[in-house]
Design a protein. Structure first.
Length: 401
């Protein structure tokens, strides 16, 4: 049987659909949203040191940088004046000399300071008042250094920890982000289709061989990298939710669980499909159909205004009613974007409220130790009219010879 996974973002009649470009205007809009959030956080500026957040707010992809977002700066002044890089009332980007040329291309719309350490240089020249810092990305040692830099600031700076200010904004995707996610999903879909077409999932191969083959196909189709370490779990190993591929040999009668994704323009897709080698046993069909029903229920519950806990319950209750509640041992899903796991969360008692353009996975599973397990996962977008699935690979039980 020919296995295909055509994706509307990848091709139409063989013609690749142009991507939605993410421009400096997108980054400026994101910083404006952050300023609006800062107005309610009792800080006069925010020091951003998490590199994922810096990329989101500026487009910078290097390995060392910091960003100081000043609440009162509307960014209407041109960034080209050299004095702007040390103006305490301006939002400024800082990196070191290795990235002078790269940062000029990637961050053309902000004053740039070339210094090291970046965070300390920005705090030392910050406006007076309270400078927030990202508590999840600043170590104890980093905090001591920031305190020293604050003491050197003649305007008098106090430091205050903040939590997830940028991450909450990142939870709602713009059109460019959703486009990148759709293209990442298309690459993963096509890679799996080609792997199956080439009989790459067959008895006699090892989990590790299948995983490496899938990873290479994603790269050849345009992925920068896999989204994470690809999971290939065969036979009893498929009952381990996050099994790492080994030299275990695929055999007739095995479930083969594949959890994988592609990274495109920094955005991560995430998909799980569970296949079977040869005619499935009755118990395999039973748990597969149960997980498929739960996954449908979870997707149907991904509605604007629903909480992550309510969505989780929609899928979990079906599995629990069938007697397999303890065998569903993880949350239903999570946000995807510049990180493979980000806000919002779909899990028991999650209070995250769904709003349009959040991108989340839906991935129920049932795992029977010593026998095998099933997980079915899609990445998709919360829309006003429901959940838009981005991963297009069929969720019917695939029987491979």
């Amino acid at each position: 049987m020919r296995f295909t996974a055509r994706h509307p973002r990848l091709c139409t009649g063989g013609r690749r659909i142009p991507s939605v470009l993410v421009t400096a205007e997108n980054h400026a809009r994101r910083r404006a949203l952050l300023r609006a959030a800062l107005a309610h956080s009792e800080v006069d500026a925010l020091l951003v040191t998490d590199l994922i957040n810096i990329r989101y707010l500026t487009g910078f992809t290097g390995s060392n940088a910091a960003l100081l977002v000043v609440t009162t700066d509307d960014e209407t002044a041109q960034p080209t004046d050299p004095a702007a890089a040390s103006d305490p009332n301006r939002t400024r980007f800082c990196t070191d000399g290795r990235y002078t040329t790269q940062s000029a291309a990637e961050v053309p719309d902000l004053p740039r300071l070339i210094a090291r350490p970046c965070a300390g240089a920005l705090v030392a020249t910050a406006p007076g008042g309270i400078v927030g810092f990202e508590a999840r990305s600043v170590t104890v040692a980093d905090h001591l250094d920031l305190q020293s830099s604050a003491a050197d600031n003649p305007r008098g700076v106090r430091l205050k920890q903040t939590l997830d200010l940028v991450e909450k904004i990142r939870a709602v995707k713009d059109a460019g982000e959703i486009d990148a996610l759709a293209r990442a999903c298309a690459v993963a879909d096509q890679a799996l289709a080609e792997l199956i077409e080439a009989h790459g999932i067959r008895p006699g191969r090892t989990e590790r061989q299948v995983g490496l083959d899938l990873d290479q196909r994603m790269r050849q189709l345009g992925a920068e990298d896999p989204s994470f370490e690809t999971i290939v779990a065969a036979g009893p190993n498929s009952a381990i939710p996050h099994h790492r591929p080994t030299a275990a040999i695929l055999a007739a009668g095995d479930f083969v669980k594949l959890d994988f994704g592609a990274t495109v323009d920094g955005y991560h897709s995430d998909m799980t499909r569970t296949l079977v080698l040869g005619e499935p046993a009755d118990w395999q069909r039973e748990i597969y159909e149960l997980v498929a029903s739960a996954q449908t229920a979870g997707r149907s519950a991904c509605l604007v205004g629903a909480t992550g806990g309510e969505i989780d319950a929609a899928a979990r209750d079906l599995i629990t009613a069938a007697g397999y509640g303890p065998e569903f041992s993880h949350g239903l899903g999570h946000g995807v974007g510049l990180q493979i796991h980000e806000a919002p969360g779909l899990a028991h008692q999650s209070a995250s409220i769904m709003v349009p353009d959040m991108c989340v996975t839906v991935e129920p599973g049932v795992y029977l130790p010593g026998r095998g397990g099933v997980r079915i996962e899609d990445s998709g977008v919360i829309r006003v009219d429901g959940y838009q699935v981005l991963t297009q690979t069929s969720k019917e039980l695939r029987v491979l010879a």
